[in-house]
Design a protein around this ligand. Structure first.
Ligand SMILES: Cc1cc2nc3c(=O)[nH]c(=O)nc-3n(C[C@H](O)[C@H](O)[C@H](O)COP(=O)(O)OP(=O)(O)OC[C@H]3O[C@@H](n4cnc5c(N)ncnc54)[C@H](O)[C@@H]3O)c2cc1C
Length: 425
């Protein structure tokens, strides 16, 4: 086998909780297992950090299990394309290679959802998770006045993290109503006791920080950088907050690009899988956030089920079906509790940028009926993020569907495509 061609019985894309758990389970067989991860570190969104000692206990436990298993880990390697069943094109900083598999598990996670509103592209307006990542990486936040806004339990985790790093968190603005939040909270003791504990820990770290339900941002102010934000309440009242930074996220969106590229069925914004985590495509499985955003517990359980299933260990997989159902129930109440309110769909003004890679405004999109037309006429979705952000935004704003995925699914060098296609010939 040449340097530009590798083969493994089982290939797992993504080394977050789902991918690590899948690798641990699959390695309990005699099959060869490889894990491909685009980051330099394993652990995914939740546990990835250079300072392993700062990782929470569950993360350290799974990192240890992953390290002890015999899976072959390739980091700083992104899956960019697939030209035939059983094939992936993988790129590293130094080279690229063709990777062939007998069975594949996609464990590629989710990303946070942005919603366009006037001023959202000003410097110092961040994705909430992005700001959390900067904080974890040691970005100076001491004394900075920060507002965290949007929706979902992530806002609490972000607020707590920022405060720990010395930021002055002025408020957390949660768009869902108090009624929905209470209903969600009441299910936690039954469906997510660990999450209830997490929420209580975050709340204790946020003592004194106002947590406003039924509030959402309608305008970020500033000339060359953020100076403040206007929040609105359901009764129409507004509240201006002067701040240095705004972290915004309106829930999570599953990463579906690879699944779409491989031809997997997508149902209601998630990859459709059967009880064994198998997708509609032969020999392709999926685990974690792409099958439904449900947090770490769901990712770990689905990862293990997929790992056992691809290595023909059905009894071990079956033993996890019950616990998995509980995590699916949690996803359902999470979606209900934090469903986006209709008002968020009407925040843009004609000059609000919707596609920030290509600076496409709401006014420019007004003549388009679907995402494809918008691409052709305005370059919406044609920039470096390849529509990752604006396709979700336009889906929420205008109901546009993005049913296709065009290679490469992550940016890769033209050189890699040329070299590997020459090799193919
Ligand atoms: C921004 C953000 C912040 C979050 N913060 C918190 C928090 O504070 N607390 C909390 O409890 N939960 C948090 N979550 C949720 C938590 O991260 C998830 O529940 C959990 O990580 C899901 O695990 P996963 O393995 O499915 O996905 P992930 O952890 O996202 O792992 C997916 C992995 O796949 C890799 N990958 C993706 N595409 C490719 C590709 N093409 N090639 C190679 N590798 C690829 C990614 O680099 C990533 O490491 C956050 C989620 C996000 C998106």
């Amino acid at each position: 086998m040449s340097d530009t061609t590798k083969h493994f019985d089982i290939v797992i894309v993504g080394a977050g909780p789902a991918g690590m758990a899948a690798a641990v389970a699959a390695s309990q067989s005699h099959r060869s297992v490889a894990v491909i991860e685009s980051n330099p570190w394993t652990g995914g969104q939740l546990w990835r950090r250079p300072d392993a000692a700062a990782t929470p206990r569950a993360g350290r436990h799974w990192h240890a299990r992953f390290k002890a298993c015999k899976a072959h880990l390739i980091t700083e390697a992104s899956v960019g394309d697939s030209i035939a069943p059983g094939h992936l094109l993988v790129e590293t900083p130094a080279s690229a290679f063709n990777l062939f598999y007998d069975r594949l598990i996609m464990a590629v996670g989710a990303r946070e959802q942005f919603m366009p509103f006037p001023g959202w592209t000003l410097p110092n307006v961040f994705g909430a998770g992005g700001l959390q990542l900067l904080a974890k990486s040691g970005w100076p936040l001491q004394g900075k006045r920060v507002v965290v806004a949007g929706s979902g339990p992530l806002l609490l985790a972000v607020g707590a993290q920022l405060r720990k790093r010395g930021a002055r968190v002025l408020c957390i603005a949660e768009q869902t109503s108090l009624k929905h939040l209470v209903r969600f909270g009441l299910t936690l003791p039954r469906l997510g006791p660990s999450k209830l504990w997490q929420a209580l820990v975050c709340q204790s770290q946020l003592l004194g920080v106002p947590y406003r339900t039924g509030y959402w941002p309608i305008q970020a102010h500033g000339t060359d950088r953020l100076e403040g934000v206007t929040l609105r309440r359901a009764n129409g009242a507004t509240w201006n907050v002067t701040c240095d930074m705004l972290g915004c996220a309106f829930g999570m969106v599953p990463n579906l690009e690879l699944a779409r590229l491989l031809g997997c069925d997508i149902e209601q914004g998630t990859v459709r899988v059967d009880t064994w985590q198998k997708t509609s495509v032969n020999q392709v499985y999926c685990a974690g956030e792409p099958t439904g955003v449900g947090g770490m517990d769901r990712a770990l359980i689905e990862g293990q089920i997929a790992g056992y299933a691809v290595t023909d260990q059905p009894d071990k997989a079956r033993a996890l079906f019950g616990p998995r159902q509980k995590t699916h129930d949690f996803t359902r109440v999470l979606n209900q509790g934090f469903a986006l309110r209709d008002e968020l769909r009407t925040l843009t003004t004609p000059d609000t940028i919707v596609c920030r890679c290509e600076d496409v405004t709401a006014a420019q999109l007004a003549c388009c009926d679907d995402f494809r037309t918008a691409r052709l006429y305005t370059r919406c979705g044609m920039g470096p993020c390849q529509g990752r952000n604006c396709s979700t935004a336009t889906h929420t704003l205008y109901g546009w569907e993005t049913e296709f995925s065009r290679p490469p699914v992550t940016p890769i060098r033209v050189r890699s495509l040329v070299d590997l296609s020459v090799e193919k010939e």
